[in-house]
Design a protein around this ligand. Structure first.
Ligand code: NAD
Length: 357
């Protein structure tokens, strides 16, 4: 099969890690008889330096013309003083908007070889977990009406959701569950919030009419925050609103123990998605060959699974990463205390490539 992939490396370690993921994709394409065409575009601080804006039209057009987008990360101290509307991070929101991406998928799984890095109690970590948070991305309180009273001593933010907004993210959650263990937990605060009651009703109606094969349960957000630490193995797919998802996905990623391992996807109505590691541009280690490429390589695997429907190829990449970790290879960010034979970023990339040939 033939696919066009837009590469948007961004700033800091972005170019190093996106390059590593592109090499993995090229190798997998050759192995499975696909053709991936790559085009590279600027965004963030690098675009600001060259074009004077963080998201040039050329980048938007290139991403819209592609079958999927691979993003590194944007931002860094060099651009901390630029006016708010020119900040490198504006490129992220601009791309999400231009591509119509309203759902964020964030997996959090414990790599068995890295159970010691997990912050949970050893008996809980030993049970393992592999969950996917499906977060609504363009609605809710972050986008609702807000303001202050005249005196400036009171403020409000508004949470609002329509049935359409809830249905489309819930549909993505049910579809995702069908590719996994077939279990969705819908997280809300329906004991207090009216938006949550509409959320719950809508998710259940959709589940009963269109996805009766998927197991559906509900959980209040405060309980979900607790269960993620007490027994994360309970979860398969978690679907929730923008704000609850923001908080729970950071919590879930922290319990795995390493930011350098976690991938993410943003999706909309079409199969085109934007795939990126959850970490930032790590300016402190940029150019030093210290960046762990695994999160970006796993984001590439997600692209194959969710945008191109190439599950076997995605499994193949994920297994290569798991095998390298199983053999004890580590980059500096995930090495055991005192471990001296750790790999530089390019060496980790090469170890993974060797597994794929
Ligand atoms: P960060 O994620 O870039 O770095 C946090 C820490 O984790 C640093 O010590 C860094 O060295 C380390 N780290 C991150 N990724 C790593 C990797 N792959 N391998 C090894 N170590 C890694 O977060 P920050 O320092 O808060 O932000 C730096 C810049 O990135 C800021 O300008 C911020 O706005 C931006 N940022 C961008 C995105 C994005 O593009 N999606 C997300 C978060 C932060």
């Amino acid at each position: 099969m033939k696919f066009r992939i837009a590469l948007v490396p961004g700033d800091g370690i972005g170019p190093e890690i996106v390059q590593a993921a592109a090499e993995v994709l090229k190798l997998v394409a050759g192995k499975f008889g696909h053709e991936f065409e790559f085009n590279t575009y600027l965004a963030g601080g690098s675009a600001l330096d060259k074009y004077g804006i963080p998201l040039p039209q050329e980048t938007i057009d290139g991403c819209l013309a592609a079958d999927s987008v691979m993003l590194g990360a944007v931002g860094g101290p060099k651009w901390d003083q630029v006016p708010n509307n020119m900040r490198p991070e504006k490129a992220l929101l601009g791309l999400r908007k231009a591509l119509g991406l309203y759902t964020n998928l964030r997996p959090a799984a414990i790599q068995p070889a890295l159970a010691e890095a997990c912050v949970l109690r050893p008996d809980i970590a030993a049970r393992g977990f592999d969950l996917m948070i499906v977060r609504e991305l363009t609605g809710g309180i972050y986008f609702g009406e807000r303001g202050r009273n005249e005196a400036g001593d009171a403020a409000y933010d508004t949470e609002a959701y329509s049935v359409m907004e809830i249905e489309r993210v819930a549909r993505r959650a049910f579809e995702t569950a069908r590719k996994r263990k077939g279990h969705v937990t819908s997280v809300d605060k329906a004991n207090v919030l009216e938006t949550s009651r509409l959320w719950r009703e809508t998710v259940h109606r959709l589940g009963e009419t269109e996805y009766p094969d998927v197991r559906l349960d509900d959980m209040y957000v405060d309980n979900a925050a607790m269960q993620l630490i007490r027994d994360p193995s309970f979860f398969d797919v978690v679907v929730t609103s923008n704000m609850f998802g923001d908080i729970l996905s950071d919590e879930a990623s922290q319990v795995t123990g390493s930011i350098g391992l976690l991938a993410s996807a943003s999706l909309g109505d079409s199969s085109r998605g934007m795939y990126e590691p959850i970490h930032g541009s790590a300016p402190d280690i940029a150019g030093k060959d210290l960046a762990n490429p695994i999160a970006t390589i796993l984001s590439a695997a997600m692209m194959l699974r969710y945008s191109f429907d190439l599950a076997e190829e995605a499994d193949y990449i994920e297994k290569a990463v798991a095998d390298v970790l199983e053999e004890g290879w580590r980059t500096a960010d995930i090495k055991a205390p005192g471990q001296e034979d750790w790999l530089r970023g390019s060496e980790m990339r090469d170890k993974i490539l060797q597994k794929l040939v």
